[in-house]
Design a protein around this ligand. Structure first.
Ligand SMILES: O=C(O)/C=C/c1cccc(O)c1O
Ligand SMILES: [Fe+2]
Length: 314
């Protein structure tokens, strides 16, 4: 049995509107390090913790957490589309163990995932279908959100259950650090957008293209400094990464949901996926960070990070 961790930011703007060449080169180098780490781990199962952006999980029924036993990627923003090779037995076993541990995770035989799940698999494995996976959805955008302490408990329960599988498991977390892209919010959106957040599954190709273009336009304005989107917060990002690296994740329990939004933007809640993977790895003993990268990249509307870690002494 072994557990290892890779956490990275996703952003749909990557490859569309690029930052300066040297920034792209530094990100590529960090991803190369992560790919080498993952190749060395040689996982036979990837448990991927990912948010969703109103593609698979909408307000008709919004769980805090959900484990998928069958899942399909929609292929938004040029990411891979199609069925994920989900290990159904492993998914069932993880879900049972997490429920036994007192964390009320939902369970899906028809999960839909978006770029939040597909992009890290594309970047690290060259596709979504190369290694068996178990997708774990964490609600990071649809308020109201539970406290981050619950995410830590979810991660710990998944970590203990994954260790009991006697497999080489990569715990993969996908989410931006500080960022506040133009993702609509139920309490502020106009009625037609509210309806989309509740029941807007399967938009037409034209509707999807319009939505994606809005994000690309917002990224261009953000990079040009002509946007009123909230600035990235590299100080907050570094403080957060330091806590994760130190291993005492319970410190984060006192970070209120409001403080995430005020200091680092609404979508900074995507760091819930980072908390979950670190808690999962930490559940089996102290860990060591093997590589870490951080850069604030306005062109991608992302505090962009890549971290790898494994159990100490491995
Ligand atoms: O359009 C969406 O659904 C999300 C866009 C986005 C933009 C920047 C960073 C992210 O993490 C995103 O999901
Ligand atoms: Fe996102």
């Amino acid at each position: 049995m072994s557990l290892a961790l890779c956490a990275l930011s996703h952003t749909p703007v990557m490859g569309v509107h690029q930052p300066a060449d040297e920034v792209v080169a530094r990100v590529e180098a960090a991803l190369d390090d992560a790919r080498a780490f993952v190749a060395d781990v040689d996982p036979d199962l990837v448990v991927v913790f990912a948010p969703d952006h109103y593609n698979g999980f909408l307000y008709d029924l919004m769980p805090s957490f959900c484990i998928g036993a069958q899942a399909t990627a929609i292929g938004d923003y040029g990411t891979s589309a199609g069925p994920l090779p989900v290990d159904r037995a492993a998914a069932r076993s993880l879900a049972s163990a997490v429920l036994d541990a007192g964390v009320d995770v939902a369970f899906s035989e028809r999960m839909t995932v978006d770029h939040g799940c597909a992009q890290p698999l594309d970047l690290l494995f060259g596709g979504i279908d190369t290694v068996p996976v178990v997708p774990v959805f964490i609600n990071c955008v649809a308020e109201p959100l539970g406290p981050v302490s619950r995410v830590r408990l979810l991660g710990e329960a998944v970590g203990r259950a994954a260790a009991a599988l006697d497999r080489r498991v990569l715990l993969l977390g996908s989410g931006g650090l500080s960022h506040d892209p133009p993702v609509p919010r139920l309490t502020e959106a106009p009625p037609e957008v509210v309806e989309r957040l509740i029941s807007g599954r399967n938009p037409t190709p034209e509707e999807r293209a319009a939505r994606q273009d809005r994000v690309f336009d917002a990224a261009l304005a953000y990079a040009a400094g002509t946007s009123d989107l909230m600035p990235l917060n590299p100080e907050w990002d570094r403080r957060f990464l330091e806590v994760l690296g130190g291993g005492d994740l319970a410190q984060l329990d006192s970070w209120s949901n409001e403080s995430f939004v005020q200091e680092a933007g609404h979508s900074s809640h995507e760091v819930r996926t980072w908390i979950a993977v670190h808690a999962a790895l930490g559940a089996m003993g102290p860990y060591e960070v093997r590589s870490t990268f951080y850069e604030a990249i306005p062109e991608w509307i992302a505090g962009f990070g890549v971290t790898t870690a494994e159990t100490r002494g491995r």
